[in-house]
Design a protein around this ligand. Sequence first.
Ligand code: AMP
Ligand code: ZN
Length: 460
Amino acid sequence: MIKIKLYNTLTRKKQTFVPLDENNVRLYLCGPTVYDRAHLGNTRNVIMFDVLYRLLIETYGIDNINYVRNFTDIDDKINNKSLESGRPINDITSETIKWYLEDMAALGNLEPNLMPRATDFIPEMISYIERLIKGGFAYTDEGHVLFSVSNYKNYGRLSGRSIEDMIAGARVEVASYKRNPMDFVLWKPSEQDLPGWESPWGRGRPGWHIECSAMAHELLGANFDIHGGGNDLQFPHHENEIAQSCCAYPESEFARYWLHNEMLQVDGKKMSKSLGNFFTVRDLLDQGYPGEVIRFVFLSTHYSKPMDWNNSKALEAKNILRKWRGLLKNNFEIVPLPEEAIKILSDDLNTAGVISLLHNYASNGEIGKLKAGANFLGILTQELSDWCADVDMSSLEGLFTDLRKRAIESKNFENIDELRSKLTNAGVDVQIGKSNVALVPNASFDLQEVDKIINFYGLN
Ligand code: AMP
Ligand code: ZN
């Protein structure tokens, strides 16, 4: 059996992963709030969990894993977008979910087993909240239900902070209906023009944190194996999930291993919608950055380190992948996934380590191993291959020959120089022979640019 080690935020240690049940390994990743396109930073946790999922599949078998990732489809940001645009909420959330799934697939991520929508679990959230009230962990005031943090002695354990620290450090909302400023909302009243559900406390809607506790409980049980998300979710979101879950089910420990990825940054600051320093995954794909290249850039840095995105990383990734895909065109023997690749990835998802190993395989000509190891990380797959398809240069070569002949005859080199500079810009070398011209892709070859040239001259 493969020995997997994971850094557990809860214990602040790298620990050997032992599932509760090898035939039912359960993981939960906090998913997106669906009101807008995902930005690049939002994909880091998905890629981290996707790699983990692939490793668990390799270890325990695909039928023995249950991977849940939710959609938060009830939220003030969604309500505001609906009010501003006049579009029904369900249109906005359904469209955003469709975009999200397309974008995540474009980056080579496998779909989780279950992708529940929060609004499909309102009755479960209501009974969860009733349980907390009954147990004396929550109270009602002015149509709100609040969780009382002082009734849970381990509050702050995950993020390693005391309640006093948290009050001082966080911008907690002080409100007349709260007994302690750290208490958080489980349920709140909804105005008539906002989504709402009937409940024992009047028409209202859930707070954010309760959805994950309720869905994880319904779909994975009171105890499960791995929970995760970005490290910005440690506090308050995950801290609050733990508090709710351990109070509602005191004999349970909720999630046993917590994985948190560091942030994608722009100039040293977290990429975020609110700072405005973001670009969406779709922007990048539309600008011609292939999904496989984006994935490779993420895999090159360990999930626990801050990282940034820049064009030179993307170009380097593109060249490596092009070279590797070129190697796969040789005849080679299919081999099983090398043990050493599994071993490296099992050390707290050391994706960068596996990439170094792939470089070794490539330079030693071990192409079967290169393919198997790369597929393990979700790269060099058939699904992500379209950006690197072979291009037929013959129409451009014909045009080049033609324009060159005319230029020599007329002594006017304007047109041929224009084509030559477009080709240089697209990463194509021009090799002029005695009787023909060969156009050969070089390391900065750019298929999109070549397509533009082909369109420009009407050769398609
Ligand atoms: P949100 O839709 O804002 O709730 O965020 C969805 C997920 O994206 C959460 O797991 C966040 O931790 C994560 N996230 C947001 N911004 C970044 C970032 N700049 N880098 C990495 N993860 C992020
Ligand atoms: Zn969550």
